[in-house]
Design a protein around this ligand. Structure first.
Ligand SMILES: Nc1ncnc2c1ncn2[C@@H]1O[C@H](COP(=O)(O)OP(=O)(O)OP(=O)(O)O)[C@@H](O)[C@H]1O
Ligand SMILES: [Mg+2]
Length: 317
């Protein structure tokens, strides 16, 4: 089980907090579950994902509050060498840009082999066999030829499969997949999501899937966290979120999903404004139709039942 408690990540300038980028993030990823983090661009999904690896995309970003647990270990208190061992072995992050995640001048075989050489005592022969087995597991055609390929010789879908193979190489407890299907066409996207479901079953993996696509949530998630402006504004099982969304932002996102009935004459519903870290307690305050002045000041995150929580003042009334 992975758990984040009250996480805050800030932008640091001259050793001081210049700006808080994400605030009060608490989430749980039970063993074997697929948890989705959804929200529009800039809402803080990637920073939250990286924090589980205890790294940040740049040095001027720091975790300034909170705890991150893997079972009962607070990862923020671990010595760096122990953390280095956990990265890859227990937690693997597939970053947002698959091309930058793969080294363009090394073959797929070399890149997969490095993982085993770094973390295990396997022999060259064992590693080779395992590389082939992994490519078969992620359903890459012609695995022995593909091992000799360079990343640019593969399609987007194949690169994503290679990254998934690297992710599961050491049988980690958790894979964080940051927008894994954004650059892929819908058929390949469906195949990659199927693969995640299959691997979860076979390997009892937990997956934190970061996306801005509500369609993906619908097909794959067990539990959903909706982020907006650096905060979690709503969480719940997929069923709760889709059938009883409470936060006006979640409702807006669900309404914005095109349906089969949308014809070109039916304009897509959009949410006016843009996401930003707000000084107000509800980060959606300035875009919300139902906002009242007391939404500016602090209030509790409320659970309406065990499977559904929301940061909205309206629910208290
Ligand atoms: N290296 C950085 N330096 C300064 N600010 C940053 C940095 N990385 C991210 N931020 C800011 O932190 C906030 C959250 O960024 P993050 O990358 O987590 O968003 P995201 O939800 O993953 O967005 P996207 O869907 O576009 O990937 C944004 O406001 C962003 O501008
Ligand atoms: Mg991102």
């Amino acid at each position: 089980m992975f758990k984040i408690e009250n996480l805050e990540i800030s932008l640091i300038k001259k050793n001081k907090i210049d700006k808080v980028l994400i605030k009060n993030i608490s989430l749980r990823i039970p063993n074997g579950s697929i948890v989705c983090l959804v929200g529009e661009s800039g809402s803080g999904k990637t920073l939250t994902g990286y924090s589980l690896m205890r790294i940040q995309p740049s040095q001027n970003l720091k975790i300034t509050k909170g705890k991150i647990f893997f079972d009962n270990i607070n990862l923020l208190e671990l010595p760096e060498e122990k953390m280095r061992d956990l990265r890859g072995k227990e937690i693997f992050m597939i970053p947002q840009e698959p091309l930058t995640a793969l080294n363009p001048v090394l073959t797929i075989e070399t890149q997969l082999t490095e993982i085993f050489e770094f973390h295990t005592n396997m022999t060259k022969n064992e590693i080779k066999k395992e590389c082939l087995r992994l490519l078969e597991l992620v359903k890459i055609d012609n695995p022995s030829t593909r091992l000799k390929s360079y990343p640019h010789q593969l399609s987007g879908g194949q690169r994503q499969r290679v990254l998934i193979a690297m992710a599961i190489a050491l049988k980690p407890s958790l894979i964080i997949a940051d927008e894994p299907t954004t650059a892929l066409d819908v058929t390949i996207q469906g195949e990659i999501l199927e693969l995640f479901l299959e691997l979860r079953e076979r390997l009892n993996l937990s997956i934190l899937l970061i996306t801005h696509d509500f369609g993906i949530l619908k097909s794959i998630s067990d539990y959903v966290y909706v982020m907006y402006g650096g905060k979690i504004v709503e969480e719940g099982t997929k069923e709760e979120i889709f059938s009883k969304p409470i936060h006006p932002y979640t409702k807006g996102l669900i309404d914005a999903v095109p349906t089969i009935d949308s014809t070109p004459k039916t304009p897509l519903k959009t949410i006016p404004g843009y996401a930003q870290i707000s000084d107000f307690y509800c980060p959606f305050y300035e875009r919300c139709n139902s906002a009242q002045s007391d939404c500016k000041s602090e209030f509790d995150y409320i659970f309406i039942n065990q499977k559904h929580g929301v940061l909205c003042r309206k629910i208290m009334k």
